[in-house]
Design a protein around this ligand. Structure first.
Ligand SMILES: [Fe+2]
Ligand SMILES: [Fe+2]
Length: 164
């Protein structure tokens, strides 16, 4: 199991809370973000497991794969800031997946709510890009942010498919 960074929240839910409340991240918050983004792949797979429609499944899994890519970009941003990348854990080594909470039932309302959170993720990365004070890290955050917006759009598409 990869160790939690010093002072990191103990649970994934609290980690999301910390991240969403942070406008000027330090390296310890960025390490938490790596763990949360890496966990995101599993969270999306757990949602995909609940649905039968292959198109909805594919949209959810696509988002999940990109969350793992986001973890790698934030790990590289840490490298740009400190000189050494932070390791991205495999799911079985991710402390935020050690005590999994059951996935929320996939409903139209839930998918639209998650879409709103993803659009919020783009705003958060843009904020971080403006405050981080490092051009390479800022560029990596903006790449992630643009994809968070696409995640929101895919979730709206999944909700529309589910509603049809
Ligand atoms: Fe992400
Ligand atoms: Fe996302």
């Amino acid at each position: 199991m990869q160790e939690l960074p010093p002072g990191a929240p103990a649970t994934l839910g609290e980690a999301f809370g910390l991240i969403n409340a942070t406008t000027h991240p330090g390296v310890d918050v960025l390490k938490v973000m790596v763990l949360v983004e890496a966990a995101g792949k599993r969270l999306y797979e757990d949602l995909a497991d609940q649905v039968a429609d292959p198109a909805v499944k594919a949209l959810l899994c696509h988002n999940g794969r990109e969350e793992l890519a986001h973890a790698h970009r934030v790990a590289r941003a840490i490298g740009a800031l400190t000189g050494s990348d932070y390791p991205v854990p495999a799911p079985e080594a991710n402390p935020y997946l050690a005590n999994p909470v059951p996935a929320k039932p996939v409903t139209v309302e839930m998918l639209n709510g998650l879409a709103a959170a993803e659009f919020g993720g783009e705003a958060l990365y843009e904020k971080w890009a403006t405050t981080i004070g490092n051009a390479e890290a800022a560029a990596l955050f903006r790449l992630n942010g643009a994809e968070e917006s696409q995640h929101g759009a895919r979730l709206q598409q999944a909700a529309a498919l589910l509603a049809a």
